[in-house]
Design a binder for this molecule. Structure first.
Ligand code: M6R
Length: 607
């Protein structure tokens, strides 16, 4: 959600803070702000809207100072406005915060009773006022922070700067991520290693309930009142990774990176010489697993949905899937010794993390599929299956999803092999089909003009769009609909083709494009029937199939594209690229903000 940064050094920090905020803007972009200390006093500049507004403000009213904090916001408490933008400050302390202080109202009532006046609608101000109250009782900033940690409930990361104290910055985390960067005579604290990448590759990741005191030459980490050691690690992220290259949008760049990152992920999970899947050692034996539970949110949940087909078919393993935000509150009984797989690009999504906590309480073995090996979700797991997608900046998930699918298919094959439900010949055949993926994705990308034409001529003017699929193409239909709505703001829904006649068919008329995701697989004839049902009601059909499918049905569609031929088991990965291109070019035609769609943020660290 929000992005936070703090820098303590000897040179002017405002340009560095703004530079870091540019790298964090994908996390939230409804307002932004920076604060520095000048002659011991907190001074700040804040602006509603995108970071460019803050930059304009800073050009008009520059901010000096060698210690400072910055924030880019996705509003939770209080609408996006300059008044609610962070840093939130009193005359004693300035705070930037990501997450939610769940007991903010209780704290606010208590602090208001002391006579304190609140100036914003944020939960963050309760922390600023709480610290101020402690400081006014002559506590040191260290004592105040230590005590405040005992009072705050919720999942949060925050950085604080204290008036009169040019020598320290403080950070604290519970649930949300926070990392310290080590420089030469300069120290940094920020949401993640990506934010710190231009400054340093020497990073210390904080653990839950840690709070840290930074000076310009080092840091000390505490848990409660006890000093704790946290290792310094080398981050592999470079500052350069963040650019858009020659692409107009991060999303397009990330779509185009898929042949490479799918290839990298395959290289990690497959031995091409022997056509054998090789997953990291697991803390359990697949033959002992009686049921698999999978959870995630949004696109990551659709990865679970596709994987359910794979685990059930290839490993004959019963799989329960549920969106993480529902899963934990349903409190489902889970078999002791069962395995729970959490899927999350960011590794930060709070609903997913909380679902894992529930699964842990039910004695499940926790596996995570994530793109951020240092993330909270990764660290909470017993084992991690990494995706090698590289940083994903576009808010709409693209390469993270296709690499999640590669990882999950590899795991399903490994499970099938271990459980004796998948023959060696089958494994080799599937491995070969996976090895073909980067080339087939490239061929799909080479046809971008066809997708663009459909987007411009058929989708961009629509008010509603339906996506249909069956079997493992059903989650691809859901993913296509999600991508279209989040990017172009066109109402879109995905349905299992067979369900259409049970209700959604009422929506069909000649103004509603229906995108049919239909590789030639064992249930092609079934989706072909659903296709005919739409056609009979005058629906505008957009067919995504392979050459055989297009030969059978293409003439009956308003428009069709022949997706490259691929084994049906891996088809969801390839057809995902097709629906990504449709969504991207529709949004481009509509002129929406593709990388930063309205109301969204990249990492959802609040419930
Ligand atoms: O970081 P995560 O994979 O846990 O994020 C889950 C969802 O928030 C994410 O996939 C979201 O649905 C994207 N906006 C989809 O494009």
């Amino acid at each position: 959600m929000c992005g936070i940064i703090g820098i303590i050094g000897n040179a002017p920090v405002t340009p560095l803070l703004v530079d870091a905020l540019k790298r964090l803007e994908y996390r939230g972009y409804d307002s932004a702000g920076v604060a520095t200390l000048i002659n011991g006093h907190i001074d700040r500049r804040r602006a509603e809207g995108k970071l460019v507004n803050l930059e304009a403000r800073l050009r008009a009213e520059p901010l000096s100072g060698t210690i400072g904090i910055g924030h880019t916001r996705w509003a939770t408490h209080g609408k996006p406005s300059e008044r609610n933008a962070h840093p939130i400050a009193t005359d004693r302390v300035a705070i930037v915060h990501n997450g939610i202080i769940e007991n903010f109202q209780e704290l606010k009532d208590e602090l208001a009773a002391e006579g304190r006046r609140f100036e914003s609608d944020t939960d963050t101000e309760a922390v600023a006022q709480l610290l101020t109250s402690y400081l006014e009782r002559q506590m040191t900033p260290e004592a105040a922070m230590g005590k405040a940690m005992g009072r705050l409930r919720g999942a949060f990361a925050l950085v604080a700067m204290f008036s009169g104290r040019h020598d320290i910055l403080m950070g604290a985390r519970r649930g949300s991520s926070l990392a310290v960067g080590h420089g030469d005579g300069e120290m940094y604290v920020g949401t993640d290693a990506l934010a710190l990448a231009p400054f340093t590759s020497r990073v210390t990741y904080l653990e839950d309930d840690d709070w840290v005191v930074l000076s310009s030459s080092g840091c000390t980490v505490y848990q409660g009142e006890t000093k704790v050691e946290r290792p310094e690690k080398k981050s592999g992220l470079s500052g350069a990774l963040i650019g858009k290259g020659n692409h107009q949008h991060f999303m397009l760049k990330e779509i185009y990176e898929q042949p490479a990152v799918v290839g990298d992920t395959l290289q990690y999970y497959l031995d091409p010489a022997t056509r054998t899947v090789r997953t990291p050692a697991m803390p359990f034996d697949w033959t002992d697993v009686s049921r698999l539970t999978m959870t995630g949110c949004g696109t990551a949940f659709y990865a679970c949905m596709v994987a359910k087909y794979w685990f059930e078919k290839l490993a004959r393993l019963p799989v329960e899937i549920e969106v993480a935000s529902e899963f934990r509150y349903r409190e489902p009984p889970l078999p002791e010794g069962g395995v729970c797989i959490a899927v999350s690009q960011s590794g930060e999504t709070i609903d997913t993390l909380e679902a894992m906590r529930y699964a842990k309480s039910q004695k499940q073995i926790l596996l995570s599929v994530t793109n951020v090996p240092e993330s909270a979700i990764a660290r909470f797991s017993h084992a991690v299956l990494p995706t090698l997608a590289g940083p994903e900046i576009g808010v709409a998930s693209t390469k993270a999803f296709t690499t999640q699918l590669v990882v999950l298919l590899s795991a399903a094959i490994a499970a099938g092999r271990a459980r004796g439900t998948l023959s060696r010949a089958e494994e080799e055949r599937l491995a070969l089909a996976m090895i073909e993926l980067p080339a087939r994705i490239n061929e799909t990308l080479n046809m971008e003009g066809d997708y663009r034409r459909i987007a411009e001529n058929t989708l961009a003017a629509a008010r509603d769009v339906l996506y249909l699929g069956r079997g493992s193409s059903f989650p691809v239909a859901l993913e296509g609909a999600l991508k279209l709505k989040e990017l172009s703001y066109i109402h879109a829904e995905g349905y299992a083709g067979g369900e259409m006649k049970h209700g959604p068919i009422a929506l069909i008329d000649d103004a509603v494009p229906v995108v049919v995701v239909a590789p030639s697989d064992s249930i092609f004839d079934k989706i072909a029937s659903n296709f005919e049902q739409v056609r009979a009601r005058g629906g505008k059909l957009v067919l995504l199939s392979d050459a055989r499918g297009v030969a059978k049905l293409g003439a009956k569609a308003e428009t069709s594209i022949a997706v490259p031929d691929i084994d049906p088991v891996v088809a969801p990965i390839l057809y995902t690229v097709a629906v990504q291109l449709l969504a991207y070019y529709t949004a481009l035609a509509k002129g929406t903000d593709i990388d930063q769609p309205r109301n969204l943020a990249k990492s959802v660290t609040v419930e």
